[in-house]
Design a protein around this ligand. Structure first.
Ligand SMILES: C[S@@+](CC[C@H](N)C(=O)[O-])C[C@H]1O[C@@H](n2cnc3c(N)ncnc32)[C@H](O)[C@@H]1O
Length: 233
């Protein structure tokens, strides 16, 4: 993986809670964050006594390397946001400057926790579409701003393999948003849902109380009713 190709922008626990409509009972589950990057979700959840494992290929890099990549992209991204005012809803973040401040706060919290979290195996270098976890090891998998968002860069095949893999390792999988970077509904959505339904994986689209990309206020939940590694006797 080349760090220059990725945008290490991370969201906070409060944003994850809104994007994924997390209830107190959800927070108490064993959670895996997929492509968590420099989000502060894991750090904040751990500090609050919950159990989160995060995987991301960028965890092969040091905190200093991740921060320097963030510093190299942040101004350019905020400039793009300012130049496309009709694409954004200023509800949770009050303005482009507030968005930048919130992203800086998230990466700062992540970096404070990163070394300790790595030692505790809470930040693991791993990447979709294959993950080295046992069947149904987690109760809940959360994937924010990776699958569906990068539909222009990642194939339909990649999405199908990845979501099947997530349904293998977790009882329930939530993905947000279902829009692409071009603010359109992912062209893969219907095919993925139809194809996975044939494997016994159900899906449901839910409206949530978080919207930054205009129209990006829905998450999708996948659930697999097959039994994994369990005796059928
Ligand atoms: C836009 S960031 C989102 C970070 C975080 N989920 C959030 O919403 O705050 C996308 C993340 O996906 C990660 N990523 C890239 N390829 C991946 C893969 N094959 N499997 C899992 N994560 C990947 C990137 O390294 C990056 O950290």
């Amino acid at each position: 993986m080349i760090l220059d190709n990725i945008v290490p922008f991370g969201r906070s626990k409060a944003e994850y809670e809104l994007m994924f409509a997390l209830t107190e009972s959800d927070r108490q589950k064993t959670i895996i964050g997929i492509g968590d990057g420099p989000a502060s979700f894991n750090a904040e959840m751990t500090a609050a006594g919950y159990q989160v494992t995060s995987i991301d290929p960028i965890y092969q890099f040091t905190g200093a390397e991740i921060k320097s990549r963030f510093d190299a992209c942040v101004d350019g991204i905020i400039e793009q946001v300012i130049k496309s005012p009709s694409n954004w809803i200023w509800k949770y973040h009050k303005s482009p400057a507030d968005l930048q401040a919130n992203r800086e706060k998230a990466i700062a919290l992540f970096l404070e926790d990163y070394e300790q979290g790595k030692s505790a195996s809470r930040y693991l270098k791993a990447e979709l579409p294959r993950l080295d976890f046992a069947d149904q090891q987690f109760q809940l998998a959360l994937c924010s701003h990776f699958l569906f968002l990068y539909s222009a860069h990642l194939s339909l095949e990649f999405h199908l393999d990845s979501i099947r893999e997530l349904c293998r390792i977790a009882e329930e999988v939530r993905i947000f948003p279902i829009l692409t970077l071009a603010q359109e509904r992912s062209p893969y959505l219907d095919t993925v849902r139809e194809s996975l339904a044939k494997d016994g994986i159900t899906s449901e689209i839910i409206q949530v109380a978080y919207e930054l990309q205009r129209g990006g206020n829905q998450m999708i939940i996948f659930k697999n009713y097959r039994t994994y590694g369990k005796s059928t006797n």
